[in-house]
Design a protein. Sequence first.
Length: 703
Amino acid sequence: MNNSTNQILGIGLIKNFIATDKFYKVYSSTDFNLYTYKTLYRLDREELVGFHSDLVCALETICFKGKTHLKRIPGISAPAALEMKAIADEMYAETEASTPLSIAPDLLSRPEIQLLSHLRTLQALRETIDGKTIELQVFARELAPALHSARALQSRIRWILSGSRQRSEVVKALSRLLDRAVDSGLAIDVAQMASIQDVGSAVVSQEALQQDFRNRASDYYAVLENALGRSSQFGQRHFDDELLERILAQEVDHSLIRATLRRYQVFGTQFALAQGRVIIGDEMGLGKTLQALSLLAQRWRDGATHFLIVTPASVLVNWEREIVMRTVIPVMRIHGETQGTGLDAWISTGGIAITTFDTLKGLGLSDEAIRSIPVDTLVADEAHYVKNPQTGRALHLLRWLRCAPRAVFLTGTPLENRVDEFVNLVEMLDESVSKRLNRVALAAGAESFRRQAAVVYLRRNVAEVLSELPQLLEVDEYCTWDGAAYPIYLDGVAKGNLMAMRKAGMLPSLAGRPSSKMSRLLEIASEAFANGEKVLVFSYFRDVLDEVARCLGPQALGPITGDTTPNARQSLVDEFTTSTKPLALVGQIQAAGSGLNIQAASVVILCEPQVKPSLEVQAIARAHRMGQVRTVQVHRLMIPDSVDSRIAEILVLKQVEFDTYAAVSALADAAPSSKAAGDYELAKVIVLAERRRLGMSEPSVSE
């Protein structure tokens, strides 16, 4: 490369680097902090206006103008001004920490439009420098003497008047710098950063920003959270200092995964890295999949070659897509037609194997063959599928678990009907910990139990970590038996047929005339469509879903049932998400209520109450999850003084049990309330209660 070329490229390279570095620093500190400052003040003042407006104005003056301004006010001494400023700053810090940052895409203010534009640019910059921070820092330090030598280049006259020796030194310095940048690839990176800066400074339409934010809200909030460095509750309240120090010491290389992790997700990855065999029980919608993939990416970087992910068939395709989209690790599907070829390819070449619980049972591998595969980490999604250790699913999974040094169970509902089912999951991971859990539960109470469980179990709730998540509005829609199949209901009560009782309220008594529940469903959907909102409709029963789809007509997609193939299921979700017209996605709550991300919907309709609280929670979390930007409305269709009321009462009791134990990253002692009745016993209780209300004798109960 000749000297004149070096001079030209060197000047451009240095200028680009300086401009990009300045851009990055400005947008990662001043702009964001100023926006936060003004937003917090506005929120605080709106809350207090009419109550203590003078105090708010005074705090504004102190925070924005500082102690120098205060000292000019007669009667305020320098020490008093200093103390007042310290108090105001402390109040500001507390307000900043507790005030959620939430952006409504349909009501963007000018500062919010500017913020979204800067966030988009900052994310692109960070993606460019991920994994190259140290190189860039070294390069930046070397820039100082090079820039000093290059000053002569900024003026043609100074260049001409400088001596040949000085000119030679300048050219050599630039050549060394440029050659190093080119050889290491930094020149391309800096050029890309400068290009991103140019694009970021260009005018982007508000409509384009709004749509991009709706599509990628979770990415925007992740960049904002990291830029501001706001603290989050990571779920570590029961960790001792030694364990917490070990977790936080784990290195997470963000360049290994194509996503911006939230700080609580980084902590989840660190927790799994530190502890080896864990349960991540985060509430639905908090991105457990991304945390698991981040863990696998770290292990892949460290030299591990084989990973196994076991999922229900319904979410297999979703996992496969996430792996391809978020990581560089090769993925092999071991399921269906690719079962044999996928297994052979994975064993020989490594990467991530993804399969289902049932396929795992049918692989036919001996224990010796399993031990010969160097599986580093096993991930089991919806791990509550193996909560019963005596099932074939659990026994076959255990064979693989014994050969994997690391394992992660993912489940948003580790506790459904029995507290001890969670202990079963822990036992599959670490028998010694499960024994301590049982002993503590019997002898020492909930707090001690939580501390013991912390070594293996991490759970965060949405309210703890997603302050920006829109409001969740839940409404019970009370209907009547008008137009419904009441004779079928009475027959179900007489015969002890709980399923017939539960669905009778949605089915019409006469062809062509909708039931009261169906009429209300159509009204809710019609209003949602008129407002441009998409709808999710869940029911336990296929014939109910068929009737819903028929009544909704061309605006209905589905239904998604247990027979819907994973590919067809994902195709329906994609069509629903990308449609520019409001639609209703209809699905069986067992099949469509878990494992899917459907943030495109903001209205959820439940055709009947569910016996298990986890079914409803999972279904609602399909829409009310990270990335949602609209308020989510949940409508439960209910008929008073019916089986709906009986189930709703039981649902409340079971949810209290769940909240008391699993929702706080712990279990409780084995009290009688922990031994909730199984499905058959619940059915019997519900039917008997309804028979007594109707004055019938006690029958046998059919499931």
